[in-house]
Design a protein around this ligand. Structure first.
Ligand code: WTA
Length: 709
């Protein structure tokens, strides 16, 4: 709240929408003719078919890509806004759609090709037939041995191994709701998610290869169970896959009666099959947890019929996947990208999906291109952070390999036009079309991107709305920010779509608050027009209708394409007894997009020490995972605070980024700012950091950081 005696409040307040965004408009590139000649969406008429006039029926075209046990009665049920229901009355099974229905024509075709990280280990080809066997056997195990049935939840904490999609599809076969926690997350983070979802079974692995070593993973299961127990959630079975069957890779003991090696159990189920359970279209298929503005993670609940239809349709038209393609998405299945565009979308279309276990630059920056060359990958899907890293370490490496991509994707964070051009010219050899796909965990599939044969590419912009998606930018007051105005605002989606999350697991009020409350026009309205969906990103729309995404508007830091909640980071730091206050801010990082910098103030009377800094890093790694490890931990005498005691994150974010910290006269302790600035910036410079001038968008992001609180 502004203080009325404060000189600031006398000045007109600038809303986000009024802040002009300046950047050079990039030239567009047309899709290459050979791509157009083979594209799934090659006639401009498809854009008309998916226009607002045909909403919501246009999405039946996506649903028709699936095999239904019973056809739907209604395309979109809006009777309980904003809990939309798609294809109600319809019944289907997701596993049947991804596996069984391909057996007759493609049983012998590779569903997955799995590449282990060590280059001397054999690639595994899993045909649709073999996948069918493995999924069935594991499904019978889940049913018989674990007693699971439709509607139960199971947590997975699995790395990038074929056992992960096998387990997902086995759950889908039974109507059991899976919840995969990214393998790199800590045991504690996994335990919190086990508890939130109410899972009684955890599926994990003893170890996996990463960066050249076999990582002990089972140890995290023990931590996870302790964390779950603290929340009152008992887990009665832990199923442990062994990375090398017969050889246990973990130092953590197996607990008698609780922990079981899957390779010892499976022989009993050899050849057993279970009928796919016919599920209502709106039955939940899985949960995917993500970070939001408070510490408690949000379990985004995705549906069976709507979600599967949406990922199949977008994979067909926007990724241009044909059954004959060899498609490689180098994301981790532990994130939404992997669920939608490694497993469910590509398999629903009956294509071959490549899985890679390890680090893209291991053992050298040519690894990805060797994989692409050897397997004949023709669609490649990755994130800007990986592209930046590959460019830095091996700018000319792609030229040494003989592969040809027809299409490449970038996803997860904004891509700088320079990096985009390297991706296009070097990785794509000037021949591949690029789709920049903007979306989020909550949305199931793409929201903003191009139709690769019909709409030109523009470096740094994702494109217009995806088929059937009606994006709009609103200012703080709900006025539309016009295309071409050069102004930024909050990007929203005006209409419901089949891939949108159904709710936040166990927190329906929070679901309404986070995504709909801001721009809802009337809480009682049953008209979808009154319920725009708030995506949580700032964006600008150019005169040609293309959107450029500026990043999150809530207090989430996007590190290497992964959303980390500042509250989660800060509460992890606060588990260190010496720490009194903690604030996490983003620092602009040339490779990872954003890095986390953690500021901590200690309990009275304590002196800063290397040990404390070490404990904070260890706490964050323990509570969240290595991925969240801060680039710097600064121990400061006090935090800059408002008179009401709120930590001003934008001020410290400004310091970390050598940006203007803005007006500090309203702080309760303005004198602390120079003190902190001096400590932090001189340390950084002494360590060899060369500050660069931020772009106007970066400056805006930093200066507004934490503003949503
Ligand atoms: C960001 C990942 C710019 C955005 C699929 C979003 C992007 C957040 C893009 C969601 C893109 C994703 N261009 N920014 N193409 N794709 N983002 O939930 O800020 O892990 O809100 O889903 O990533 O991250 P999430």
């Amino acid at each position: 709240m502004a203080d009325s005696t404060d000189p600031q409040s006398q000045q007109p307040q600038l809303s986000e929408a009024q802040i002009a965004v300046h950047w050079r408009e990039e030239n567009t590139l047309p899709p290459p003719p050979p791509f157009i000649a083979q594209a799934n969406a090659a006639e401009a008429e498809i854009i008309e078919r998916f226009s607002e006039a045909h909403f919501p029926d246009c999405f039946t075209e996506y649903a028709d890509l699936l095999t239904w046990d019973r056809r739907w009665d209604q395309v979109l049920d809006t009777s309980n806004p904003p809990f939309w229901k798609w294809f109600t009355g319809g019944r289907l099974n997701a596993c049947f759609n991804c596996v069984d229905r391909h057996l007759a024509t493609s049983g012998n075709k590779a569903a997955f090709i799995w590449v282990p990280e060590p280059e001397d280990q054999l690639t595994q080809v899993i045909t649709y037939q073999e996948l069918y066997r493995r999924v069935n056997e594991f499904a019978v195990l889940l049913e018989d041995f674990c007693g699971l049935k439709a509607g139960d939840r199971v947590t997975f904490h699995l790395p990038m191994v074929p056992e992960l999609p096998v387990a997902m599809l086995a759950c889908a076969r039974l109507g059991v709701i899976h919840s995969e926690v990214f393998g790199g997350f800590s045991g504690t983070a996994c335990g919190d998610r086990i508890a939130d979802s109410g899972s009684r079974v955890l599926v994990t692995m003893d170890g996996y290869y990463r960066g050249g070593s076999l990582v002990d993973h089972k140890v995290k299961a023990d931590e996870a169970l302790l964390a779950a127990e603290k929340h009152g959630q008992e887990v009665d079975k832990v199923l442990v896959f062994r990375r090398r069957p017969g050889q246990y890779a973990s130092a953590s003991p197996m607990v008698e009666g609780r922990d079981f090696f899957v390779d010892e159990l499976l022989p009993q189920y050899r050849g057993r099959t279970v009928k796919p359970v016919s599920m209502p279209a709106e039955a939940p298929l899985f949960l995917m947890y993500t970070s939001g503005t408070t510490g408690r993670p949000k379990g985004c609940q995705h549906s069976t019929g709507g979600y599967l239809a949406y990922v199949a349709g977008t994979a067909k038209y926007h990724l241009d996947i044909h059954p004959e393609d060899t498609y490689w998405c180098a994301a981790d299945i532990g994130w939404i990208t992997g669920h939608s565009y490694i497993v469910y979308g590509p398999l629903a279309l009956g294509t071959t999906s490549v899985l890679y276990e390890g680090v893209p630059t291991y053992p050298d920056p040519g690894r990805c291109w060797r994989i692409a060359e050897r397997l004949g990958v023709n669609i490649f899907h990755t994130a800007p952070t990986t592209i930046r890293m590959l460019r830095k370490l091996g700018p000319e490496e792609p030229r040494r390999y003989d592969y040809r991509f027809k299409l490449m994707t970038t996803v997860g964070e904004p891509i700088e036009p320079e990096v985009w051009r390297w991706y296009h010219d070097e990785v794509g050899k000037g021949e591949a079309v690029i789709v920049d796909t903007w979306w989020m965990t909550e949305t199931g599939g793409f929201l903003g991107t191009t139709l690769p044969a019909l709409q030109p590419m523009k470096p740094g912009s994702c494109g217009p709305g995806a088929l059937g998606i009606l994006p709009v930018i609103y200012d703080e007051d709900g006025n539309t920010v016009e295309a071409g105005s050069g102004k930024a605002g909050n990007i929203c989606i005006r209409n419901p779509w089949p891939g949108v999350l159904q709710t936040v697991w166990g927190q329906p009020e929070r679901f309404v608050d986070i995504y709909y409350a801001k721009y809802n026009r009337n809480r009682d309205s049953k008209d979808w027009h009154d319920w725009p969906f708030l995506c949580g990103d700032g964006a600008v729309q150019a005169a040609d209708g293309y959107f450029r995404i500026l990043g999150r508007i809530d207090d989430v830091i996007n590190v290497a394409g992964h959303r980390l909640g500042t509250k989660e980071l800060e509460s992890a730091a606060l588990t260190v007894p010496e720490v009194a206050e903690a604030a996490a801010v983003p620092a602009i990082d040339e490779v990872r997009g954003r890095a986390v910098e953690m500021y901590v103030a200690l309990q009275p009377g304590l002196a800063a020490s290397e040990e404390i800094r070490h404990s904070v890093a260890a706490a964050i790694e323990r509570e969240i995972g290595k991925i969240a490890r801060p680039a710097h931990i600064w121990i400061v005498p006090d935090m800059p605070k408002t008179r009401s005691g709120k930590i001003m994150r934008r001020v410290i974010a400004g310091i970390s980024n050598f940006a203007d910290v803005g007006d500090t006269s309203t702080l309760a302790n303005p004198e602390i700012v120079d003190d902190i600035r001096h400590r932090v910036q001189s340390d950084k410079i002494a360590a060899g950091h060369v500050p660069r001038v931020l772009t106007p968008e970066e400056t805006q992001e930093i200066q507004e950081f934490g503003k949503a609180e």
